[in-house]
Design a protein around this ligand. Structure first.
Ligand code: ATP
Ligand code: MG
Length: 465
């Protein structure tokens, strides 16, 4: 599958340095087994790096020597590690919204830690960062290969999750009390900001506790990562809704189906689902603003489509069309428990606007509205994501055992790499409105670049990468 990242090559120097807790002096317990299998070449050389740029033109625009090229640390087992596995206690926590594959990651972590490194004490903290804070009273669960066996067949997370800020000092107090030296954090951007604060608190106390994140975002919006886990399962499931919506639309006179998909700030799921099930006539994403009314507006284009085709199918990402709402509206300032801005409901707005518009033009309308978001979030990972999750889990274990901290694992240019958390939360991966993914969507749907006032912003040359 093509890499669903539209991020243009950065020209600014980027610091990819990953923090370590100290020198690695312990022999990896993997060594004898890998040597026996004559696979010692599998070890990662500490000096090896994965290049950030993937084309000659990008590389040739850089200044300096070969070793000055921007590059990332590869994941994988090291010959020498930082922690002594027999004395290592590990914690795992999952936070934020659901995403296919979280249980696969948990199982992958537990089996790699126990089977390969011989770690014997692994604790699961319940309901996100709340699990560390005594006043919530959540139990801690022992995680063993037996207890996590089969959990990857289920969606969701066996550890539960939560939103809402927790004090990093209280989390570190708990880690200290329980003698935990490695913490794996599975979650989205907010979770990783939390992990960054926990790492800072650990450093301030001069403790040797590794914090390694496995970033979860169904929206695929983490920078420096080709694709986040669960994304493929999510858009595959979303494409089923598009197929059903198409059947609904075309079997009724003047049928109009709207499918609202996830994508608060990034329209990757809407774009990929629409391409996977090539039935959408319109795709609306947060990155491309549009207007409803007036000549060339969305409503006029929709009416034209229904007139010529007899029906129409609209796929809208939840963050699309936020510019259509009045910023002074009280609802615009609402936040969720974690402080994330609540989005206005573009689905409701579209439903109302289309109904009013068809009535104003004295046209029959058979509207179907489908919001499969919660169904999509909770599906189990598909086989592709299952493989991806387990490989991310293995990478995270190798990183943590080698004393890497304040970092996440990810895949860049199809190579597994270590990325400082600071970089992973520094920006947001978005569909480039002038890039080749959006261009493919326009080709597939036949829709213009945008509608109404924004249609004029269409670019003539698409700078795909
Ligand atoms: P997603 O948005 O994909 O559902 P997320 O990880 O961004 O996942 P949030 O609810 O924003 O979900 O955050 C999860 C947890 O991370 C919160 O419960 C909170 O404890 C912590 N957190 C969120 N934002 C911050 C922040 N800025 N600083 C410290 N901790 C944070
Ligand atoms: Mg978030």
């Amino acid at each position: 599958m093509a890499e669903p990242t539209d991020r243009p090559a950065s020209r600014e120097p980027i610091d990819f340095t990953v923090e370590t807790l100290g020198p690695c002096t312990v022999d990896s317990p993997l060594a004898p087994r890998l040597q026996a299998r004559r696979t010692t070449q599998h070890y990662i050389e500490e000096t090896d790096r994965v290049l950030f740029d993937d084309t000659l033109s990008k590389v040739s625009r850089r200044e300096g020597d070969l070793e000055d090229l921007p590059s990332l640390e590869p994941t994988g087992p090291r010959k020498k590690i930082f922690f002594d596995p027999s004395k290592t206690r590990v914690g795992i926590v999952t936070c934020g919204g659901l995403c296919p594959g979280i249980n696969n990651v948990i199982r992958g972590l537990v089996s790699e830690l126990t089977t390969h490194y011989g770690v014997r004490r692994i604790y699961g903290f319940k309901n996100g960062y709340q699990g560390f804070v005594p006043r919530y009273g959540h139990d801690v669960v022992d995680l063993t290969p037996e207890s996590v066996s089969g959990i990857d067949g289920e969606g969701g997370t066996i550890l539960g999750t939560s939103r809402g800020q927790q004090d990093a000092a209280e989390v570190v107090d708990c880690l200290e009390r329980m003698g935990i030296s490695v913490l794996f954090v599975i979650g989205g951007d907010g979770t990783m900001r939390g992990a960054q604060k926990i790492s800072a608190e650990i450093k301030a106390r001069d403790l040797k506790i590794a914090v390694v994140g496995i970033p979860k975002t169904i929206d695929n919006d983490i920078p420096f990562i080709d694709q986040s886990f669960g994304f493929q399962s999510a858009f595959s499931e979303a494409s089923r809704s598009i197929r059903s919506a198409k059947v609904e639309a075309r079997t009724a006179p003047n049928g109009v189906s709207i499918v609202k998909l996830m994508g608060r700030h990034s329209g990757f799921i809407a774009c990929y689902a629409a391409l996977a099930q090539n039935d959408a006539d319109f795709v609306l994403i947060p990155e491309v603003p549009f207007t409803l009314d007036g000549p060339g507006g969305f409503l006029q284009r929709l009416r034209e489509k229904v007139a010529t085709q007899g029906h129409a199918l609209v796929v809208a990402a939840e963050g699309a069309g936020q510019e259509l709402f009045d910023p002074a509206d009280a609802a615009a300032s609402l936040k969720d428990a974690s402080g994330n801005k609540r989005l206005q409901d573009v689905g409701r707005l579209l439903r109302q606007a289309i109904t009013d518009d068809f009535a104003a033009h004295d046209l029959e309308l058979n509207m179907r509205y489908i919001d499969p978001s919660y169904v999509i979030r909770s599906v189990p990972a598909n086989p592709y994501d299952a493989v991806y999750c387990i490989r991310l889990a293995h990478a995270a274990v190798h990183a943590a055992m080698a004393g890497r901290t304040n970092m996440v694992v990810g895949r860049w240019r199809r190579r597994f790499v270590h990325i400082p958390i600071a970089l992973a939360v520094s920006d947001r991966n978005q569909v480039d409105p002038h890039g080749d993914l959006w261009w493919s969507v326009l080709e597939a749907t036949g829709q213009p670049w945008s509608f109404g006032d924004f249609a004029a912003e269409q670019v003539t040359a698409f700078g795909g990468q």
